[in-house]
Design a protein around this ligand. Structure first.
Ligand code: GLU
Length: 421
């Protein structure tokens, strides 16, 4: 017998389209506007020959999708992942469009990806791959066209190589072509932890509207990359959460008395995984999602909360730092159970918000201090949270649908004003 999970549509782009369809119906969008928003405006498929350390040449495949630029240049990260597909990148590019609109920054949505496994590549191979990607994609990006950034398994060093390669193509430095750069190369203060910080701000606001005390509340974090590890740090520092479980692609650890951030990070630095952390019980990623905790942070990849396991989620709040962790079927189940979901493109919009601040600072070549970044980020995240919460309350819909309604209405209005539809 097929399980519920096997029946469900799990292609991320079909999921993204289905989510949009629901919002379009609620908003009463005209058919042309709706159809235009269902597809990327442009996409580029690239093939990349890269010299490997052993002297051989490997050929990699990559993509850049420019989903919609009605509100401004397209913006979104580049992901290096062995399971990357064009449909994943399309979905992520669509979600970037809604993300930039929901926090009301003047950017559209885009995304890039390369099929590769950076965990099995040397730094020199990664540098050659990053440069090869820009040699192809450089022709369609630019600070007024499309601005990449880090995503899963890419980081500030990779952004530096890409920015450098682009500078050679142009013949001059154009720092604003890419964000999430290291500080000495036009990076912004506060960009490193911005995704998690923005998510923590929305969680703080959710605590207020729900009348829920977050000081001492328990939390589990699935994924320990940039978003997940900083959610551990900032969840404790800013809200007083007690983080009892964390995981990465190799497995999870659980300690009901709480896990110390510095100690877990140190263990991960030394062993490349959280697994084996002394004094904690080992659990699987699946078990972590179903723990009896107040807050669950899915902070890794898509489709981890599905029709199959949604009924067993016990968290009161799901704060989605990952892109696309919850399927549409699971959304319905969580909503009926009364789980408060802070949807991905709201919860994790802090990263692109500070990327936008980085672009602004690059453009006028004057840099803000960290306090200024935090203050401005807080203002954006708090406003976006309340716009979505209000939309959900007014229409009695779940938060993801409400976030779509806020974002899609803004993009649709821009397209109509431009005369596209
Ligand atoms: N990759 C991040 C995201 O999914 C950041 C994108 C950006 O800063 O442009 O939101």
């Amino acid at each position: 017998m097929l399980t519920a999970k096997e029946h469900e549509v799990l292609n991320p782009f079909e999921v993204a389209q289905a989510q949009l369809d629901e919002a379009a119906e609620m908003l009463g969008l005209d058919p042309a506007t709706h159809e235009l928003l269902r597809w990327p405006l442009r996409e580029l498929h690239v093939t990349l020959p890269v010299k490997m350390d052993d002297g051989s040449t490997r050929v990699f495949h990559g993509f850049r999708v420019q989903y919609n630029d009605a509100r401004g240049p397209t913006k979104g990260g580049i992901r290096f992942h062995p399971d990357e597909t064009i449909d994943t990148v399309r979905a992520l590019a669509a979600w970037m469009t809604w993300k930039c609109a929901v926090v009301d920054i003047p950017l559209g949505g885009g995304k890039g990806g390369v099929i590769c496994d950076p965990r099995e590549m040397s730094q020199a191979e990664l540098e050659r791959l990053s440069r090869a990607y820009i040699r192809q994609v450089g022709r369609i990006i630019g600070l007024e066209k499309d601005v990449p950034a880090p995503d899963v398994y890419t980081n500030p060093q990779i952004m530096a190589w890409m920015m450098d390669e682009y500078a050679f193509q142009k013949g001059f430095n154009e720092f604003g072509v890419i964000t999430g750069k290291p500080l000495p190369l036009g990076g912004s203060a506060g960009r490193g932890d911005a995704t998690a910080r923005g998510g923590i701000y929305t969680l703080r606001e959710a605590g207020k509207v729900l009348g829920m005390e977050l000081q001492g509340a328990t939390a589990a974090i699935q994924g320990y990359g940039n978003a997940g590890s900083f959610a551990h740090k900032l969840g404790v520092e800013l809200l007083g959460l007690k983080v009892v479980a964390v995981s990465d692609s190799r497995g999870g650890i659980y300690n009901p008395d709480g896990l110390d951030y510095e100690a877990v990070l140190d263990h991960k630095r030394k062993t490349r995984s959280v697994v084996g952390f002394p004094g904690a019980q080992e659990i699987t990623n699946e078990e972590l999602l179903e723990l009896e905790v107040d807050v669950l942070f899915p902070s890794a990849l898509e489709n981890v909360i599905t029709a199959e396991n949604a009924g067993r989620i016990k968290a009161k709040i799901v704060a989605e730092l990952a892109n696309g962790p919850t399927t549409p079927e699971a959304d319905k189940i969580l909503f009926e159970k009364g789980v408060y979901v802070i949807p991905d493109f709201l919860c994790n919009a802090g990263g692109v918000t500070v990327s936008y601040f980085e672009m602004v600072q690059n453009a006028y070549d004057y840099y803000w201090d960290e306090d200024m970044v935090h203050q401005r980020l807080d203002k954006k995240m708090t406003a976006a949270f309340h716009a979505v919460h209000k939309m959900a309350q007014d229409n009695n819909v779940h938060n993801r649908l409400a976030a779509y309604m806020v974002a899609v209405a803004r993009v649709a209005e821009a397209m109509q004003l431009r005369g596209w539809v």
